[in-house]
Design a protein around this ligand. Structure first.
Ligand SMILES: *[C@@H]1O[C@H](CO)[C@@H](O)[C@H](O)[C@H]1NC(C)=O
Ligand SMILES: *[C@@H]1O[C@H](CO)[C@@H](O)[C@H](O)[C@H]1NC(C)=O
Ligand SMILES: *[C@@H]1O[C@H](CO)[C@@H](O)[C@H](O)[C@H]1NC(C)=O
Ligand SMILES: *[C@@H]1O[C@H](CO)[C@@H](O)[C@H](O)[C@H]1NC(C)=O
Ligand SMILES: *[C@@H]1O[C@H](CO)[C@@H](O)[C@H](O)[C@H]1NC(C)=O
Length: 439
């Protein structure tokens, strides 16, 4: 009898110790937060999370650490944007040029395409799908963590690419320089790009098959992206819509390669963001989570994995749709978000971008672009984009009549445009950043 009660006491004691431990951990977590971040920042982060996190119909724990919340499509973050208060959702694009192109193919062409395709390329998927799916009528949203918001340079800037023009350039926008286009080869501070671009027409779509890699990202504040981008406006104040993959620790809290979309209307100064980290993008698909990891990743001399992205303007609504893998229409940016870009784009870009405070300085950042290898058509071990297409006012997808390459720091990240002897030109890009030629 006495024995039993003593073991009962022991259990009680252990229970109390556990509770004490949990309380301590909880309180220390808060304590650490309050030591490391100002009270104002913590409050701001909490406010932003309350705004962005919508009630979930269902939550899915992915094995890579992400939580995917299935959110009622009509309650998604986009509708918090002041310009989208009365927006009615377009459930599917009114016209899909890839479908038209497919149905116009002959049986033989289709067969050839299928064969080539099965041989040469493999599509990626997202790991969270192993652990569940979102019901129709909901959209999968990657849950933003408080610690990622707190780690951002400012809560307000979280989820945005880093803006890179100082006051000098902004003041130019009021001078006669106004009509200089966006690509005049002026490198944005702290950014390094290696791209192929088309300009000179009115573009209503851009498409490409982007090989998927995980480049080294040296600092938590650096990022490396590869994308298709439609752009309008002068280089210090451009508007753009983009889609591709990113390794971006300051937004996603790790160094996995993730599928992303991005938009801005002011060269990333104040408006726009990745994925759904601010109100803007209207998602309709329940299959793809923006900002979620993708896999498999290509490895040197291994199988090539890729994502096919296509951004196009709906002729009826002027919404900029994002299509994934030639079949899933993920959602769109409504024209209300944009100025010039609500009408058409002035240019289309394919390629990579590295952001680092150690771009253009020595020692240069070791953050890689593409695979982190220099362009290599022969071995295929570098970043590459294939089947590049544009859509101008003729509404069919085609390779642009005229393209040009640009590399901000060719000793760090280079470009190689291959069109001779190829039915379909290919664009190789990227590099390791810091190396003997790029000290
Ligand atoms: C939404 O509709 C209301 C009522 O019709 C109108 O007053 C308001 O201006 C509209 N808002 C926007 C952003 O269009
Ligand atoms: C997710 O799915 C994988 C594969 O089915 C399984 O091994 C893992 O335990 C699941 N994880 C969770 C958190 O359910
Ligand atoms: C810019 O171009 C537009 C038309 O292309 C023209 O109307 C406008 O006057 C130009 N602005 C300047 C400052 O040159
Ligand atoms: C967030 O900040 C902490 C403390 O400075 C740091 O240890 C951690 O690596 C940071 N994480 C990211 C993803 O930036
Ligand atoms: C480049 O990055 C450094 C370090 O973060 C920062 O101090 C500087 O203001 C940035 N330059 C521009 C033009 O944004």
């Amino acid at each position: 009898m006495a024995k039993r009660s003593s073991s009962g006491d022991l259990i009680k004691l252990i229970g109390m110790l556990i509770i004490l431990g949990v309380t301590l951990i909880g309180c220390c977590g808060l304590l650490v937060e309050s030591i490391m971040f100002s009270e104002q920042k913590v409050l701001e982060a909490e406010r932003k999370l309350n705004q962005l996190r919508k009630p979930a119909v269902k939550s899915i724990q992915s094995e890579d650490g992400d939580i995917i919340d299935c959110i009622d499509m009509y309650k998604q973050p986009a509708f918090d944007h002041p310009a989208l208060k009365n927006h009615s959702i377009q459930m599917a694009p009114s016209y899909d040029p890839t479908k038209e192109a497919k149905s116009a193919m002959t049986k033989f062409e289709r067969l050839m395409k299928k064969r080539n395709y099965a041989q040469s390329s493999r599509m990626v998927t997202q790991p969270w799908k192993k652990n569940g799916s979102c019901p129709e009528g909901t959209i999968p949203v990657r849950r933003i963590r408080k610690k990622d918001l707190l780690n951002a340079s400012s809560v307000e800037a979280y989820g945005r690419k880093k803006h890179s023009f100082s006051g000098l350039h902004e003041s130019q926008s009021s001078t006669s320089d106004n009509n200089k286009t966006w690509d005049l080869g002026l490198q944005q501070a702290n950014h390094s790009k290696a791209i192929l671009f088309a300009e000179g027409y009115r573009y209503e779509g851009g498409k490409g098959d982007i090989k998927v890699w995980t480049p080294n990202v040296e600092f938590d504040d650096d990022y490396s992206t590869s994308q298709v981008c439609l752009v309008s406006g002068p280089y210090w104040d451009f508007e753009s819509v983009e889609s591709g993959w990113a390794v971006n620790p300051s937004v996603y809290g790790d160094r996995q390669t993730r599928f992303m979309v991005y938009w801005t209307v002011d060269a990333s100064k104040k408006a726009g963001c990745f994925d759904l980290t601010c109100p803007g993008f209207v998602q309709t698909s329940h299959e793809i989570a923006l900002g979620a990891a993708i896999y498999p990743i290509s490895v040197r001399y291994g199988l090539p994995y890729e994502i096919i992205v296509y951004i196009f303007k709906d002729p009826e609504t002027n919404n900029w749709w994002v299509q994934y893998g030639e079949k899933i229409n993920i959602g769109y940016w409504p024209p209300e978000l944009f100025g010039a870009l609500s009408v058409h784009a002035q240019g289309v870009e394919w390629g990579g971008e590295v952001y680092s405070a150690r771009v253009g300085t020595s020692p240069h950042t070791k953050t890689g672009m593409g695979s982190g290898q220099f362009p290599d058509y022969v071995s295929g071990t570098s970043g590459v984009i294939k089947r590049m297409r544009i859509q101008d006012n003729s509404a069919t997808l085609k390779f642009p009549e005229w393209v040009e390459t640009n590399s901000d720091e060719y000793n760090c990240y280079d470009v190689q445009y291959v069109s001779d002897y190829l039915e379909d030109p290919e664009f190789y890009y990227g590099g390791p950043g810091h190396n003997d030629m790029c000290p």
